[in-house]
Design a binder for this molecule. Structure first.
Ligand SMILES: Cc1ncc(COP(=O)(O)O)c(C=O)c1O
Length: 411
């Protein structure tokens, strides 16, 4: 037996254990909903209030939506059997894309198997060597991976800092001029740049400043792409996202996911028909993969229609976030009212955050600790996220428990 695997894994595993960043997975024995059954490390199962889900509208376990998905399985089978460009493209895929475009108020849309693939495949298709990307420092990993894959030059700007964004755009333009000056007779390529940002930042719950971003993108003639993974179904009166929230224009490229508030799976891009035609032909994570199961596409379509028909669910979620943040403050915690469904309670120390999360779990409240490398070292946090269906009573009880445990010196 050789020990080659150990050569690649041992040092990293030891380092992660030492720095409390080693990850395991918790086991949940019930569907995703406001209350779940969690299998503890001791093998004992317990009921928990789930304050950690991306299923913000709590649609994963709604009987009529489950029935619609079951019907779609019976009609369309278990898998798509091919890539979208070969034999995988079925009626539900096309209907879903039409509905997404309508819901988002765009000309057209295209779906991917995950939001991760939508980001990676869109950024790397649109931008390449010689292009410039301007990326918020807190952007999601899938955006960062898409930028790396594109081989464009990346300029990271300070989180939500519009002056810093303008600074890096000017720096990139100067860099492009310098490249042109040294291109020794070769025709200088036209400057092409794209700003990329999360709409809702996934670990802080704050929002990108879309009106300012639109102004800057226009002034500097660069594209604007926003990732509405945590905004779709959450922001705006009817859950249509960041543009509805601000009452402003849309970005050039809107990414979204069907895995969070929509409670199924998949990612999408919405925008001009030309953008969608381009991605269908150029995006490798769209082309070189089997299409999502048609039943998933049908389920996403049904769930999206449900959101459209029940905007009060979006407003219920908004009310819950306001109530929860206020309850935490009433209990003495320094928490601002989140504009999204994500409420970070920053603890700082990695081990302490883990300990608080474990104690909360003993009290029937599931809020995982988020640590480095997902967030910066020393900014470990409880990342609470709310659902439309949590009751005020349980949110108040949770706020009391969280405050009591946070104030107790556990370490
Ligand atoms: C901002 C952001 N973008 C993209 C994704 C990826 O979406 P998906 O889970 O559908 O792959 C996530 C989370 O998973 C996210 O938080």
């Amino acid at each position: 037996m050789n020990n080659l695997i150990e050569k690649f894994t041992d040092a990293a595993l030891a380092q992660m254990r030492e720095s409390h960043t080693y990850r395991t997975m918790r086991l949940i024995e019930s569907p995703e909903a406001a209350h779940i059954i969690l299998r503890g490390e001791n093998g004992i199962s317990s009921e928990q209030i789930l304050l950690a889900s991306n299923s913000y509208l709590d649609l994963a376990d709604v009987p009529e939506l489950k029935q619609a998905m079951a019907n779609a399985v019976l009609k369309w089978g278990t898998g798509s059997g091919g890539a979208r460009l070969t034999t995988g493209n079925k009626t539900p895929h096309v209907e879903l894309e039409t509905e997404i475009a309508r819901f988002k108020g765009e000309e057209a849309a295209i779906t991917f198997n995950t939001g991760y693939m939508a980001n990676v495949g869109t950024i790397s298709a649109l931008c390449g060597k010689g292009d410039y990307i301007f990326s918020d420092e807190l952007n999601h990993a899938s955006i960062i991976d898409g930028i790396r894959l594109s081989r464009a030059k990346c300029f990271v700007y300070k989180h939500n800092d519009m002056a810093d964004l303008e600074r890096v755009i000017l720096e990139a333009k100067a860099d492009a001029r310098e490249q042109a000056a040294t291109s020794q007779g070769k025709a200088a390529a036209e400057f092409r740049g794209m700003i990329v940002t999360d709409a809702v930042f996934s670990m802080d719950g704050d929002l990108a400043n879309l009106p300012e971003l639109l102004k800057i993108a226009k002034a500097h003639e660069v594209l604007l792409m926003i990732d509405e993974a945590h905004a779709t179904g959450v922001l705006g009166k009817t859950g249509r996202g960041l543009a509805e929230h601000y009452g402003c224009e849309h970005a050039d490229v809107t990414i979204g996911t069907l895995s969070k508030a929509v409670a199924t799976e998949g990612g999408f891009v919405a925008g001009k028909q030309k953008l969608i035609d381009f991605l269908r032909n150029k995006s490798r994570s769209f082309i070189f993969t089997t299409a999502m199961a048609p039943a998933i596409a049908a389920a996403a379509l049904n769930n999206l229609k449900f959101i459209e028909a029940n905007p009060e669910r979006v407003q219920q979620l908004r009310g819950n976030v306001d109530f929860f943040c206020e309850s935490l403050r009433r209990e003495g915690l320094n928490v601002a009212t989140s504009p999204s469904a994500i409420v970070p309670i920053v603890i700082g120390d990695e081990a302490k955050a883990l300990q608080i999360s474990a104690t909360l779990q003993e009290h029937g409240i599931l809020i995982p600790a988020i640590r480095y490398p997902t967030v910066a070292k020393g900014s470990a946090r409880l990342r609470a996220s709310l659902m439309a269906t949590h009751t005020h009573e349980e949110l108040e009880r949770a706020a009391k428990e969280i405050a009591t445990i946070c104030k107790t010196d556990i370490s």
